[in-house]
Design a protein around this ligand. Structure first.
Ligand SMILES: [Zn+2]
Length: 154
């Protein structure tokens, strides 16, 4: 099933309006590779002919999370929620994010295969279809900064 059909079906099932603004937000979100915040998406949409409010962007991202087209991340060191698309073909996708505690930089790592993490031996009868893990630490530049400045002894 394509993303639009999944979103259509979700809106119809929940008796929600299928507005062109919601579809514009969905398309913009699914075109973005990597992590993004709602403000980034709102700015990108402001450049188009479609006028979409910030509230509509946030509300639509919530809906997209509910129908598993977008994943929401609340990372330590980031004030804003971050979002990431989940393409229908990637339902067995895995995500492993490295997050720098000092500068907040986020890097995505190639994650192990889902079967390695969520084998039937570990999950029993639970049917796993995705994985997301966060690893916190310090990026190379921040490690250098910490060594030079003896950051924690100030
Ligand atoms: Zn850093």
């Amino acid at each position: 099933m394509q993303a639009r059909e999944i979103f259509d079906s979700y809106l119809t099932r929940n008796r929600m309006r299928r507005t062109s603004e919601r579809y514009a937000v969905m398309e913009a979100a699914l075109l973005r590779p990597g992590l993004f915040c709602a403000d980034d998406l709102h700015k990108a949409l402001s450049g188009s002919s479609m006028r979409v409010s910030v509230a509509t962007v946030y509300n639509t991202l919530d809906l997209l999370c509910k129908c598993s087209l977008v994943m929401r991340h609340k990372l330590n060191g980031h004030d804003q929620l971050l979002y990431e698309r989940i393409l229908p073909a990637q339902t067995a996708d895995t995500r492993l994010l490295l997050i720098c505690r000092l500068c907040g930089k986020v890097k995505r790592l190639p994650a192990p295969r889902l079967g390695d993490i969520a084998s039937p031996a570990r999950t029993g009868t639970f049917s796993a279809d995705s994985f997301c893990g966060y690893i916190y630490g310090y990026c190379r530049s921040c490690q250098r900064l910490l060594k030079q400045d003896n950051y924690y002894n100030k």
